[in-house]
Design a protein around this ligand. Structure first.
Ligand SMILES: [Zn+2]
Ligand SMILES: [Zn+2]
Length: 362
């Protein structure tokens, strides 16, 4: 099967034919329909985050079950699925307490399948998996626990985005921060995930939704997703603008969706006393955050967030139902649809801040 392989940091992905071994115990072979190109993949290309190499990246995919390994009971051949980049075992301490996004299984993968071996190779060379998924290929063998069965009338080339960007952004608002109706919300960074924070804030009934970015095209997108105000951080004083817009109060909630320690500080400074800041962006490994503790002294809350604190098998089908009922925007997130051969240009556009989401269609 054809797949895009990362051999070295900062080098283009190599699109080539790989051997993919069939599914073993509690694994499933998926014929992928589409994969989103996410900023987290770019972090690994640039070496901001380390991963065993070579590796097939990609963690935002949807497709159809082609073959099931022994012991698989959750799906059968022909089922439509979205892939979760956190396998949820249902039995660990986190899963049984309803914190499936933190499942132990996530930390057992380390570039391999859950049994510690790989299914991917190029000749005699072992190729690593990514989050147990590796969606930048025509097929993927994944753990059964990484699958979310979905309704068959949902278009697979759109709902692939339900695998990462949408639950991450919407979930940060609904599950992590639990934004209340009538709130004021600041969103720093209006890329693929930031736009989903904006639409999450709309769903939560926020009164003002202030989008902040340095790219005019991204701010325009944010308005389309329901932002009530936009602030151009390349030329405007973000904190003063938020003060004006909130009539001196500052915001109830701020979401940092960039992955920058400066932006985390800025987010904190836009919140009122007792306000909540949620860090959604992924900072480079080794980054250090310095904050004025006085901010926290005034009942402010600084929170982390992974995968929108979601439970994939409950939240993803719900988000798809909302899309099908036209309550959630997905089509508008997609800036371009490309073939796998053109994947490197998708990463260039992402790096330049030109796109919300590019979809690779198989
Ligand atoms: Zn992602
Ligand atoms: Zn678990």
């Amino acid at each position: 099967m054809k797949a895009a392989v990362l051999y070295e940091n900062f080098q283009p992905l190599v699109v080539e034919n790989l051997e993919l071994e069939g599914p073993k115990d509690h694994e499933v072979l998926i014929k992928l329909t589409a994969s989103g190109v996410c900023h987290s993949d770019l972090h690994y290309i640039k070496g901001d985050r380390e991963h065993p190499m070579p590796v097939v990246l990609g963690h935002e995919g949807a497709g159809v079950v082609e073959e099931t390994g022994s012991g698989v009971s959750y799906v059968q051949t022909g089922d439509h699925v979205v892939l979760s980049f956190v396998p949820t075992c249902g039995q660990c301490n986190y899963c049984v307490r309803g914190r499936q996004n933190l499942c132990d299984a996530r930390y057992q993968l380390r570039g391999k399948m859950l049994d510690g071996t790989t299914r991917l190779r190029s000749g005699s060379q072992e190729i690593h998996h990514f989050n147990g998924l590796s969606t930048f290929g025509e097929y993927a063998v994944v753990p059964e626990d990484s699958l979310v069965k979905i309704r068959e009338d949902a278009p697979l080339d759109r709902v692939a985005l339900i695998g990462c960007g949408v639950p991450t952004g919407v979930g940060a608002v609904i599950n992590t921060a639990k934004v209340k109706p009538g709130s004021s919300v600041v969103v720093l960074g209006a890329g693929g995930v930031g736009l989903n924070v904006v639409q999450g804030a709309v769903l939560a009934g926020a009164e003002s939704i202030i989008a902040v970015d340095i790219y005019g095209n991204k701010l325009e997108n944010a308005l389309q997703f329901g932002a009530t105000h936009m602030v151009d951080a390349s030329g405007e004083d973000v904190i003063e603008r938020v003060r004006d817009i909130t009539r001196g109060d500052m915001a109830d909630y701020a979401f940092e969706v960039i992955g920058s320690t400066a932006a985390i500080n800025q987010a904190l400074a836009t919140t009122k006393r007792g306000g909540t800041t949620v860090v959604v962006g992924v900072t480079p490994a080794g980054a250090e955050l310095t904050i004025d503790p006085d901010f926290l002294h005034l009942d402010r809350v600084l929170m982390g967030c992974t995968y929108g604190s979601c439970y994939p098998r409950a939240d993803m089908p719900m988000l798809i139902d909302m899309y099908m009922a036209r309550r959630l925007k997905l089509d508008e997130l997609i800036s371009a649809t490309l073939k796998l051969e053109d994947i490197n240009s998708a990463f260039e556009a992402l790096d330049q801040g030109e796109v919300a989401r590019t979809i690779i269609r198989y």
